[in-house]
Structures are given as C-alpha cells and as structure tokens.
Design a protein around this ligand. Sequence first.
Ligand SMILES: Cc1cc2nc3c(=O)[nH]c(=O)nc-3n(C[C@H](O)[C@H](O)[C@H](O)COP(=O)(O)OP(=O)(O)OC[C@H]3O[C@@H](n4cnc5c(N)ncnc54)[C@H](O)[C@@H]3O)c2cc1C
Length: 414
Amino acid sequence: MQRTDCCVVGGGPAGMMLGLVLARAGVPVTVLEKHDDFLRDFRGDTVHASTLKLLDELGLGERFAAMPHRVLQRLHVPLTVGTSLVVDLGLLPGPHKHIAMVPQWDLLDLLADAGRREPSFTLRMGVEVTGLLREHGRVVGVRYRDANGRDGELRAAVTVACDGRTSAVRSASGLRVREFGAPLDIWWFRLPRREVDVQGFNLWEGDGARLVGIDRGSYFQLGFQIRKGSDARLRAEGIEAFQRRIAALAPEFADRIGAVDSWDDVKLLTVRLDRMPRWFDPGLLCIGDAAHAMSPIAGVGINLAIQDAVATARYLAAPLRRGDVRLGDLVRVQVRRWAPTCVTQSLQQLVHRHVIQPVLAGELGQGGSGPRRPSRLARLLRRYPRLQAIPAYVVAIGLLPEHAPSFARRSSSS
Ligand SMILES: Cc1cc2nc3c(=O)[nH]c(=O)nc-3n(C[C@H](O)[C@H](O)[C@H](O)COP(=O)(O)OP(=O)(O)OC[C@H]3O[C@@H](n4cnc5c(N)ncnc54)[C@H](O)[C@@H]3O)c2cc1C
C-alpha cells in the first residue's frame, strides 16, 4: 500500500503549484497526472501579473523571464456588442505591468522542475485516477491506473482534486456542481505568422463571428468562437466554408488560411461555466477548474487555479505537518476563494450575455449599422482614463491575490 500526506490529482496549473508549495513546507506530496507529458495544445497561455509576482516570491521569476514568451501590455475589454476598450496595463500597481503569454507546458515544466528539487515532492506522469478510497465516510486516497495499465491505490491524509473541468474525482465524490451554461464553443487552429504581423493578443469581431488570436512568435494560435452546439452543423458545410468565414473576418489571413485544409486541423473546445456549491468532503478538496470551470473570457482561469492552489497550501500545510487535517481546514479554503471565484464568473456571464451571445446571434451588423455606439460605461472609462485601472486590476491581478507563504519563498539564486 502506497502512502503520502497529500495526494494531488492532476498536474495542471492548480496541481503543479499546490505540489510545489506544499513540498516547500516539507509536506510529503504526490501529484498524479494522467498524461505522459505537459505537451498538450489548446490550453490557456496567459500568465497574469499576480502570477508573475508569485513566481518572483517563489524565486522563479528570473527563470520564467528567461523563457521565450510574449508580453501583452494592452487589454481589450469587451463592453458591448462591437465595442471594446483598449486598457493600458501600465496602470497596474506593482512590478509587473503586463500579462505574459507562454505555452502552458513551459510554465508547468518550470513548476515541475522546481518541485523536483524538494525531497518531499513526487510527480507521477501517465497515472490516471479512476476512483476514490473511502473509509468511515472519509476519503482516504485514490485508485489509479498507471501507464503500463497496472491498477494501484495511493492512501493520503488529504486528496485534492485539481483534475480540471471534467474532474473524475468530483464525479466519484458525488458532490454537486451547478452549471451556468455558456453561449459559445471554440474552434482552435494555427496559422503561420510573419514578423510584420500584429503582435500580442488580437480580436476580430464581425457579423455573427468572433476570432481571437494569440501571437506565439512563428505562428498564431487562433480561437474562432462558434455558437454552442453548432460544431457538427458547421463542419457539414465543409472546410472551404470555414476558410471563407475566416478570410472575411480577418482579411489579413486570406493568403494563408489554405494552410488549414482539413477538419483535423480544427479542434473543438467545449466551453463550460460551472461551480460547486461545496468544494469539500471529509478528506477531499476540489480546487481550480474542478471546483469552478472558467470560461476563456479574459483568460483568467489559470490565474484563479493558481491562486486557489496557493491558498490551499497556506491553509493545509500546518495541519498536514501535524497530521491532523480537519474539515474546518478545508472549509477555510473555499471561504477564502469563494468571492474571487463568484465575482469573476459573474463578470464572465455578463460578457457572455451582453457581448458574445448577441455577436454570435448575428446582431452586430443588423440594419447595416456596424458596431454600436459605445455604452455609457465605455464613455465614462474613456473620459476618465484613470478609471481604466479598475478593469486592468480585475483582469490582470484579480480579487484577493494570494502571496507565497513564508515557508515557500526563495531568492532567485537559490
Ligand atoms: C477554450 C479555452 C481557452 C482558455 N484560455 C485560457 C487562457 O488563455 N488563459 C487562462 O488563464 N485560462 C484559459 N482557459 C481556462 C483555463 O484553461 C483553466 O481555467 C485552467 O487551465 C484550470 O487549471 P486547472 O489546473 O484547474 O485544470 P486543468 O488545466 O484542466 O488541468 C487538469 C489536469 O488534470 C489532469 N487530469 C484530468 N483527469 C485526471 C485524472 N483522472 N487523473 C490524473 N490526472 C487527470 C489533466 O490531464 C490536466 O493536466 C481557457 C479555457 C478554455 C475552455
């Protein structure tokens, strides 16, 4: 029978950060990740200012800065159909006045490398959790299947579900989740990028269509927003119809959209927005997307997942070291992270309702009027530019930003 103090299910942003911070407290922690590596595409790429600050506190800021990444200094804040405000992130307080964009596998590799330096850290790749172990109404660990198809059990004082939006642990726990619905799904694809092309994050909005583009140096990672549930119908229209749509929306891609000549190059990502009313059970805690799946709007999901992980490590490190984790310790994590989660999801719902849904319903160009008149809020923010620091702060730093506990802090040279 294998044993650890904390079993972390899932090696995404939440799981890797939790594993690292707990290991720095000297807590024996095992992260189980079902994939063999972190090299999966179409995951969020944004590292927000509050996460950059956290990396500094963990002594990882210099190593992060040395990784190839792009920097986003301005933010498109969608306000109404067809109008968005470009907010200058230079208004942010603190040392990082930007959002960094780095393929997520690079960030996860950085956290994994830092974790492996800690003697109490174990990362097991290619291990999929298949169920929960329970004794006397308490979760006491997990069942898993490893890369060789062998089944095993890992017992732990606490199991933390960081296994994302389709959390197997959450399903096995029987804990409830509340779905809020989302009006969109996303088709992800890539197109070559040239040096003269636009940089950073870009948005193209047209009649019934929205396209977002992340500049990854030699190529664009593009997300075409489609109406929820319309994937099969649109695919049936043929790849040429897709190419025409993209060329009409972003004419600068007309000369290279032919590079996407098969539906195999276009991946569907189903968008979900949901939240568990209760994130815990005796011996079990859910955090990150497992507890609250985030919409891609404003690209804040990684940030929230990482903030949840830091709060979890702060509240659980001492009880884990004492060998006495109580339900109240798990409750404190949810209490701390509840407001930032609910407020952020409510703002995403507002954008879904007032911006995405009308655009995807084709309302943007109705009556040939083109983009609508800026809303009162947009006019206010334009008139008093200092107020733009508020949306900049909410997106790039977030509510109740977490800081590395003292036991996890290192200087960058260590
Ligand atoms: C289309 C789309 C675009 C997005 N873009 C952005 C963006 O640009 N920026 C941003 O911040 N957020 C973005 N998000 C949201 C973001 O991806 C998530 O909020 C964030 O990744 C959540 O992190 P997490 O660690 O909780 O879960 P995940 O990142 O989902 O990580 C879960 C991990 O658990 C592993 N796992 C799953 N099941 C098991 C199992 N049974 N056993 C073991 N391991 C398991 C998975 O392989 C994965 O590695 C986007 C979301 C969508 C849908």
